[in-house]
Ligand binder design. Sequence first.
Ligand code: DGP
Length: 113
Amino acid sequence: MSDCIFCKIKDKEIPSVPIYEDDKIYVFRDADPQAPEHVLMIPKQHITGLDAVTAEDEPLLGYMLAKVREIAEQLEMTNGYRVVINNGEDGQQTVPHLHIHILGKRKLTWPPG
Ligand code: DGP
């Protein structure tokens, strides 16, 4: 989508620090990290958020979740990590392109704010 910041990042029109890329997803460092390691995994396909996911997208979502462990291993998050998907206004989603936050390398608190 032409005015989507994460589509522009995926298309390399906006620079980012790449962590992993394949034909379905792109993983890059979050510009406003909330932990010593904080990356975002996005689908290359523009999906605005969890509310927009259809049955057709289920294999892609499964693929993304299954990839998380690989990314965590690559980033040496050996002591655990957290996976977050913010959705909608109350979920504090600020970028309307589905993304999975992967945070680690510190003891994360619970509950989230
Ligand atoms: P969320 O609140 O779940 O929509 O998270 C959006 C995240 O995206 C937030 O943690 C900051 C990050 N972000 C926003 N703009 C950019 C950008 O231009 N580059 C990078 N690397 N991250 C961004």
